[in-house]
Design a protein around this ligand. Structure first.
Ligand code: ADP
Ligand code: MG
Length: 144
């Protein structure tokens, strides 16, 4: 599925819709360059899950846990990860295979430990379509 947005608000609302529909145990990977709107989308998802506290990028902690929504929200940012062992140290499996909603920014860096099934969200700009244009592709991934 491909969605085009033309403002941060639209991206936020898409996130909110995803958060409202999300099933417990879902894992989403979020791919896109710096400043493309990953945090904006994540903030919408958090709102859709019923989380009121502000979401910031968990850049220095790998994972940030929010418990106040209709299910736990595990927000990973693995941009600065050195190797997979760091994921093992924090016990990533309890999150990925738990009953919450897992969102992993820069999931392409930890591809080898992603679950068999996850939802991949890719956000891209297109300068020809304007400064605030974003192309958001959502696809289900099933490892063979
Ligand atoms: P990332 O987390 O991917 O590094 P952010 O979500 O922090 O990026 O920032 C995205 C920036 O792009 C924000 O300043 C936001 O206002 C701006 N922006 C402009 N158009 C859009 C859009 N259509 N969707 C999301 N963000 C947009
Ligand atoms: Mg961000």
């Amino acid at each position: 599925m491909m969605i085009e947005t033309y403002s941060p608000k639209e991206t936020f609302l898409l996130g909110e819709k995803i958060g409202k529909k999300a099933a417990a145990g879902s894992v989403f990977s979020l791919i896109g360059d710096l400043g493309v709107g990953k945090t904006v989308l994540t903030q919408g998802i958090a709102k859709g899950l019923g989380i009121m506290e502000p979401i910031c990028s968990p850049t220095f902690t790998i994972v940030q846990v929010y418990e106040e929504g209709r299910m736990p929200f595990y927000h990973f940012d693995v941009y600065r990860i050195g190797d997979i062992e760091e994921m093992e140290e924090i016990g990533y499996e309890d999150y990925f295979y738990g009953d919450g909603f897992t969102m992993i920014e820069w999931a392409n860096l930890i591809e080898e430990i992603l679950p068999e099934h996850y939802t991949k969200v890719t956000i891209e700009k297109d300068p020809d379509r304007g400064f605030d244009y974003r192309r958001i592709v959502i696809e289900e991934v099933n490892a063979a």
